[in-house]
Design a protein around this ligand. Sequence first.
Ligand SMILES: [Zn+2]
Length: 299
Amino acid sequence: VTAPIPREDSDVPAVWQALGLPWIVDAHVHAMPDALQAKVWAYFDSAGPLLGRSWPVLYKQDLATRTQLLRDMGVGAFTSLLYPHKPGMSESLNSWAAQFARENPGCLQTATFFPEPGAAAYVRRAIEAGAQVFKVHVQVGRFDPRDEHLEEVWGLLTEARIPAVVHCGHGPVGTEWTGIGVWSQVMARHPRLRAIIAHLGMPEVEAFLDLADIYPELRFDTAGVFVDFTEDMWPFPTERYGRLLALGDRILFGSDYPTIPNTYAHQVSGLLNLGLGTDWLRAVFRDNALRLWPSIGDA
Ligand SMILES: [Zn+2]
């Protein structure tokens, strides 16, 4: 089976058809209240000098239109990742995400947190309210994931076996708390944590992939990897394709939609072009996510 390389987003459903998949799962989608989304986009719009290049966000339609576009591309299930950049905002974000998931079938209920007094209490409430995935943004949040307020939080997530998409890599611009050094220490304290390392930990992809040998619950998402935009800066080492193949049951497709400078079709193509085979693609685009969140298979 050879999946056709999609040139435009409207070509994407034909890829799933060729792979024999009824629909796929995107583990790294953002959905957040409009005001917050506008702030995030303003950041990326102005990030040129910071990143050394412009980051034009391609999908700035309203939330309902964006969600429909995902469905049109055959994305049957997806996360709605959001995250705080300061204390005191996580709980309202968690309520918003729960409501959004209720109103949008196929959307996994997301929650988030910040290192602050009470974090463990509201994380516990979010879990009781049905949170299926957490988002942790160490880079934007500019916090230390080893913060004492998070010790109990990591423990709760580990115990509940709820995956957390963690942006702990240095990309696009690191802080003193991003990177493999700090994150390894979190994992050493919580070795069964179901962390999904966002963006394969870019730019330290090799070190993060090696962490998977030690921690069997560690997973990765592909958001922003294997696309021209990042391949220019941090090309994925071709000699490590074998590692991607070996970890094929622990890599989840993610796109970072809608805050991306490339088309969805281009992100999908990036994975197809790796040439890792149909079984790998089926696992990454769907099966691995269904094992992690069995309930979405009933949708
Ligand atoms: Zn993201």
